[in-house]
Design a protein around this ligand. Structure first.
Ligand SMILES: NC(=O)c1ccc[n+]([C@@H]2O[C@H](COP(=O)([O-])OP(=O)(O)OC[C@H]3O[C@@H](n4cnc5c(N)ncnc54)[C@H](O)[C@@H]3O)[C@@H](O)[C@H]2O)c1
Length: 414
């Protein structure tokens, strides 16, 4: 097969074995097809995309030609599909990923001041929210697209889905595009574990998990891997959610206890995680339910009008947040006065502010999810991809030979 760059019309001789194309067709994840092996003198493409491209370009050309323009290496952005993310996580081990992500996020919290920070850009509707979460450390830029639609579950859709991108600041060129639905669950759990590592009572072994939806198992496993939790007490208004979580955690090494109420779930728990989804002010925990000395990890209150805790609990707690300008709009503290005292978690991580001071204190991590956590997760994935084949190259950036001849490049595809 002959192919040319779509930019210059330069031709590359390239032998694509037919069995590779056939294998590609039978193996859409493309992990084994080698286009850039010894049979080819072409640019170092990753396997899956080029074959798809050849077929697509051929189809675009009326199915008659395999000489249609093909992208050069400069066009390609590594893409991690959901399938490849699943394989990557199992390749590394779920708990290893959670522990390593916790360290990666903590490392970035230690250099918090070097990041651009802004509250996420939210587009609210009656049914949910769609958000963009950007940040940069001056060398690398990232953003995540994420939604939150609590009613989706009724239609068999997830409450939260996401994808994200990492780019090089010096050129603006993307260096990674990835699914982030799984990655958000992992990074949210890792952030919870990082907060608990600094705030939970020493020797905590039992956690309550209220809300047993998509995030639940990730949260429990992160607390196990990072904080040494050995028992998780589950409660959800929907018993099927609790059954699902208990089933998924069987064999994890955690003792799993299904509870009939939130009150029962928090009995004896040193760490209480609330992770429910409702688009209106909810009261998952009331003040009388919460004893002294616990650490509360409140995840589900992450939008204007969406909270989980009675404000009296917030009043009794020392509250730790990610980025106050965002949390004051979205977190539990939206119920409080604009000057309600909070401590930024990064200051605890760096030692600039105290975390847990005594055994009777209630610590509350008012988690809403901040862009730096996604930045850390994206960089972690990029680092861990190296040496694996858990990605494909996507033809994402136009690559004319003469950067000003974009139109000429377009014309060559006629
Ligand atoms: N802070 C963050 O960084 C972050 C990240 C991801 C998701 N979230 C939020 O976490 C929440 C959970 O996300 P998910 O993907 O697991 O959602 P999900 O819809 O899969 O699960 C939510 C669960 O909460 C249960 N629930 C609802 N009301 C309840 C109540 N009163 N008592 C007990 N259980 C109740 C539901 O039955 C459901 O099983 C959402 O609100 C989401 O927006 C926050």
């Amino acid at each position: 097969m002959i192919r040319r760059s779509r930019s210059s019309g330069v031709y590359f001789a390239m032998i694509v074995p037919l069995d590779a194309i056939l294998e590609k067709l039978h193996n859409p994840t493309g992990k084994t097809v080698q286009m850039d092996d010894e049979n080819s003198t072409a640019l170092p493409f990753r396997p899956a995309a080029p074959v798809i491209n050849i077929l697509e370009y051929s189809a675009h050309a009326g199915g008659t030609s395999l000489l249609s323009p093909l992208p050069s290496a400069k066009a390609m952005v590594p893409f991690v599909s959901v399938e490849n993310m699943m394989h990557l996580v199992h390749h590394l081990g779920v708990e290893t990923v959670l522990a390593e992500l916790t360290d990666a996020i903590e490392a970035d919290f230690r250099r918090w001041e070097s990041f651009d920070k802004t509250p996420r850009v939210a587009s609210h509707s009656r049914d949910g929210v769609i958000e963009l979460m950007p940040t940069s450390d001056g060398a690398v830029y990232s953003f995540k697209y994420v939604n939150g639609h609590p009613k989706n579950i009724v239609d068999g859709l997830q409450t939260v889905t996401a994808f994200g991108l990492l780019a090089e600041v010096s050129t603006g060129y993307p260096v990674l595009l990835t699914e982030m639905t799984l990655l958000t669950a992992l990074r949210t759990a890792a952030t919870s574990a990082m907060a608990a590592r600094h705030l939970a009572p020493k020797g905590a072994r039992t956690m309550a998990m209220i809300g047993n939806g998509a995030q639940a198992e990730f949260q429990a496993l992160a607390m196990k891997a990072v904080c040494g939790i050995d028992t998780v007490r589950l409660y959800d208004i929907d018993p099927r959610a609790t059954e699902k979580t208990a089933r998924n955690l069987a064999g994890s090494g955690l003792e799993v206890v299904a509870c009939p109420s939130a009150q029962a779930a928090i009995e004896g728990a040193e760490i209480i995680t609330t992770c429910t989804a409702d688009k209106q002010f909810a009261t998952i925990l009331t003040d009388n339910m919460v004893g002294s000395g616990v650490h509360i990890n409140a995840i589900g209150g992450d939008c204007p009008g969406k909270t989980e805790l009675h404000r009296d609990i917030v009043l009794r707690s020392d509250v730790f947040v990610e980025y106050p300008p965002q949390t004051r709009i979205e977190g539990e503290i939206q119920q409080m006065a604009p000057d309600f005292p909070v401590t930024e978690l990064w200051k605890v991580v760096t030692g600039a502010a105290p975390g847990r001071r005594d055994a009777r204190q209630i610590t509350l991590f008012d988690s809403v999810g901040f862009a730096i956590e996604d930045f850390s997760a994206l960089r972690y994935v990029r680092d861990r991809l190296s040496g694996t084949d858990f990605y494909q190259n996507l033809d994402m950036i136009a690559d004319p030979d003469d950067p000003r001849d974009l139109f000429g490049m377009l014309q060559r595809a006629k």
